[in-house]
Design a protein around this ligand. Structure first.
Ligand SMILES: [Zn+2]
Length: 402
């Protein structure tokens, strides 16, 4: 593997300026979601992939917001390696940046811009890797299916659509999701439950509060119980993802300064680890309310699913994909190969939980600064990821993933 890694690393160095130029071009497309407007970037990527010999299709997730499906077929049979990453970004925010958020400004070894690491660094790395992979001109088998998707931020609708419409007739053998992991290999991410709880009370004139039931007091007791739940969750632990967490993040209630409130709403975000069920938070809230009803038997509430749940995802650490990726990572950078967990959700959830594809997450940049002001991606990591994607594809499509 070392010889191949050396060869690819030097090819990446030779193409450094083109890889970075493509990264800056990708950043320059404003794909803030909403509205996303991924179409122009999808065509930019699709045209470059077509020029390399890909068969390119555009799959509308909703009108004007396409996934780009770029197929490189090396032989009629053999494995299918899926490369997934996303084209949309979160907004730049209202705080001024040191550099324009769409400039792709290079400064002290970093490229600045909204989406620099989440996930246009991965996107540019994959684009660069495809060019190098084809230039290597090795006898590969099967297909590399490169699918930059729309609408990952806020729901993963692009990948969900791709998976739920049959993956364009493919049954991928393995998948790589390009998201910032600082060039570490990840085989797991947390899932989530998001709920709105409407706590009911009884309205009354506040000159006589005892005639009513104050929904704010009820909701407050519930909120404090959620805080205690968070503390209890520390006793659960996933080796890579740590403990599950829960928090109350919005509370609204009351209608008038002189009226006892009869409805208070709160939204709760519960992050789940593998092994926790799809309605984990619902059961926990029911249990808490049962406890509150001991002192307040008429405690009334309504639980509303906000429709943003993601399942936690993990791939067996002993899967050949994971093991091959770890060995490669060690050969590339000499660091001890250690798996990491991703605390947020990613599109891996659809690939593992719905399509049952062994999947890893890997990309340049740090998820912690992904949605922040002055988002950056280190140039050396973009180049390392480019080499990683290239060599991993060679190893998997040459049938060497043992
Ligand atoms: Zn992302």
């Amino acid at each position: 593997m070392q010889e191949l890694v050396n060869r690819v690393t030097s090819m990446v160095s030779q193409r450094r300026s083109k890889i970075l130029d493509q990264l800056k071009q990708c950043i320059a497309f404003n794909t803030v979601n909403p509205p996303g407007n991924e179409g122009p970037l999808a065509r930019y990527v699709g045209e470059r992939m077509a020029a390399l010999g890909a068969t390119v299709d555009y799959q509308d997730v909703v009108p004007g917001r396409p996934n780009a499906l770029c197929s490189f077929r090396f032989s009629a049979d053999g494995p299918c390696l899926l490369w997934n990453t996303h084209m949309d970004t979160v907004p730049a925010g209202n705080v001024p940046w040191d550099f324009d958020a769409w400039s792709g400004q290079e400064h002290e070894g970093l490229v600045y811009g909204r989406g620099a690491c989440d996930a246009k660094g991965s996107l540019a790395g994959m684009m660069g890797a495809l060019e190098i992979l084809l230039d290597l001109d090795l006898p590969l088998k099967g297909e590399l299916f490169f699918t930059p998707v729309a609408w990952e931020e806020g729901g993963g609708k692009g990948t969900a659509h791709f998976v739920r419409t049959g993956m364009a007739g493919r049954r991928p053998t393995f998948a790589v999701v390009g998201e910032p992991t600082e060039c570490n290999v990840s085989n797991a991410h947390r899932g989530s439950n998001r709920r709105l709880v409407a706590v009911h009370g009884v309205a009354a004139h506040s000159s006589d509060p005892d005639r009513g039931v104050n929904s704010i007091y009820r909701a407050s007791r519930l909120a404090l119980e959620i805080e205690r739940l968070h503390e209890r969750l520390r006793s659960k632990r996933h080796p890579l993802l740590g403990s599950p967490v829960v928090s109350v993040n919005i509370v609204t209630g009351g209608v008038k300064h002189n009226t006892i409130p009869d409805r208070t709403e709160m939204t709760i975000d519960r992050r789940r680890i593998p092994g926790e069920g799809p309605t984990q938070l619902d059961g926990e809230i029911e249990e808490i309310v049962a406890g509150l009803r001991i002192a307040d038997p008429s405690f009334a509430y309504q639980l509303i699913n906000l429709g943003m749940d993601k399942e936690p995802a993990d791939t067996d650490p002993n899967d050949p994909l994971v093991q091959t990726a770890l060995r490669l990572s060690e050969t590339l950078n000499g660091r001890k190969p250690e798996l990491i967990g991703v605390e947020g959700g990613t599109d891996m959830t659809f690939l593992t939980n719905e399509a049952h594809i062994p999947t890893i997450i890997y990309g340049p940049g740090d998820m912690k600064i992904a949605h922040a002001v002055n988002e950056t991606v280190p140039i050396n990591q973009v180049l390392e990821a480019t080499a990683f994607y290239t060599v991993l594809a060679v190893l998997l499509l040459a049938g060497a993933a043992k």
